[in-house]
Design a protein around this ligand. Structure first.
Ligand code: SF4
Ligand code: SF4
Length: 365
């Protein structure tokens, strides 16, 4: 990691690193498919990437647990090594860089000065405003001051994690430090929120690649990339057929749990949570929490720590019935889900009656 101004194109860097054309095109195809872009967009990504100048990236960490950066360093599509050495120039990250103290403060100043108006800022962690911002200071400057100073010359800001996107756990009641998300402070720059506690690593890196090649991606109402936050976990959950049939695990070790039934009654927040866990999954596509038997906590949503009651209490009927169904079965499923066990029993009885009627009808024929 150096502070020298980066003027080389990504093609220059790829050539210098001996990346073959075949490997490069494979990378573009997988990135396009990962971002749910049309296959033809891989050609556009390739063209744009080759001529793009590597943007300088400043990575700032405030009120956070470093889980988001831990997550980022486990990305595999595209890998973080690929991102750092080929696609972007990670010029400042006080967690990863060797420099410390005065040397690192000077590094930040230099990167800002040399790339003013062009660098991308990545922020993890919320920003405390209480008592003049004293709850998070670095080198004698408050987080809010560092953020405001650094944002002035940024082309765009990517908020990595629920804390920088929505305030996350620092903002949870009673929010003793007066924590706020980045968007409460910076209002004159494009902001892309990649929420999650932590976010899925490949979602972070793919969003950065999209920004480098095609600019700011299509966003939802919370400024999250639609490619990854356009559907709820529930929309894509492999346990959805059980929800639609009214089959719910009641405890973590009952027969329903062993059969892989829906975790709605154990508090699953999948119906109101937008994220890509059910499709992209974690750990190189190995699994995701629901597949491991635990309900979704709703970590990628605003106020996730305080909203919807306990993690283990089912969603309130009003919440789940307001979820847009993806098909007719979804509407029926929502009804069964809200009605909990009693409605589920009624549905099963109705099914038994229906099957009996069908049998009778076929006998008569
Ligand atoms: S409630 Fe949760 S476990 Fe059940 S189908 Fe929806 S997302 Fe999957
Ligand atoms: S399954 Fe839910 S709680 Fe778990 S990581 Fe995904 S969005 Fe967050």
């Amino acid at each position: 990691m150096t502070t020298a101004k980066r003027l080389e194109t990504i093609e220059d860097v790829l050539t210098a690193n001996g990346v073959s054309r075949r490997t490069f095109l494979k990378f573009c195809i997988s990135t396009a498919s990962f971002m749910a872009l049309a296959p033809s967009m891989s050609t556009v990504i390739a063209k744009e990437l080759l001529k793009a100048r590597r943007p300088s990236v400043i990575y700032l960490s405030f009120q956070e647990c470093t889980g988001c950066l831990e997550s980022l360093t486990r990305s595999y599509t595209p890998s973080v090594e690929n991102m750092i050495f080929n696609m972007v120039s990670l010029d400042y990250d006080d967690t990863l860089m060797a420099a410390a103290g005065k040397q690192s403060e000077e590094a930040l100043d230099t990167v800002i000065k040399e790339n003013y108006g062009h660098y991308m800022m990545v922020v993890d962690g919320a920003v405390p405003l209480g008592n003049g911002g004293v709850y998070n200071t670095q080198g004698g400057k408050s987080a809010v001051q560092i953020l405001t100073d650094s944002a002035k010359g940024a082309a765009a800001i990517v908020c990595v994690g629920t804390c920088s996107s929505f305030g996350g756990i620092p903002l949870a009641h009673p929010n003793p430090t007066g924590a706020v998300p980045v968007s409460d402070i910076i209002t004159d720059k494009p902001i892309i929120n990649v929420s999650g506690c932590p976010p899925i690593p490949a979602v972070i890196t793919s969003t950065l690649v999209h920004y480098v090649t095609l600019g700011v991606p299509a966003l939802d109402a919370h400024h999250r990339p639609l490619a990854f936050f356009g559907n709820t976990i529930h929309d894509r959950c492999y346990r959805r057929p059980f929800f639609d049939e009214g089959k719910f695990a009641k405890t973590f070790d009952d027969e329903g749990a062993r059969n892989g039934w829906c975790l709605y009654e154990l508090g699953c927040k999948g119906p109101t949570t937008y994220n890509a866990c059910a499709t992209t999954k974690w750990n190189e596509g190995t699994s995701f929490p629901i597949e491991s038997g635990h309900p979704c906590l709703g970590c990628s949503e605003p106020n996730f720590w305080d909203r919807n009651g306990s993690f283990y209490a089912p969603l309130a009927a009003g919440l789940i019935s307001s979820v847009a169904p993806i098909g007719e079965a979804a509407g029926a499923g929502a009804a069964a889900g809200v009605g909990t066990a009693a409605l589920s029993r009624l549905r099963n009885r109705a099914k038994v009656r229906q099957r009996a009627t069908e049998k009778q009808t076929s006998k008569e024929e």
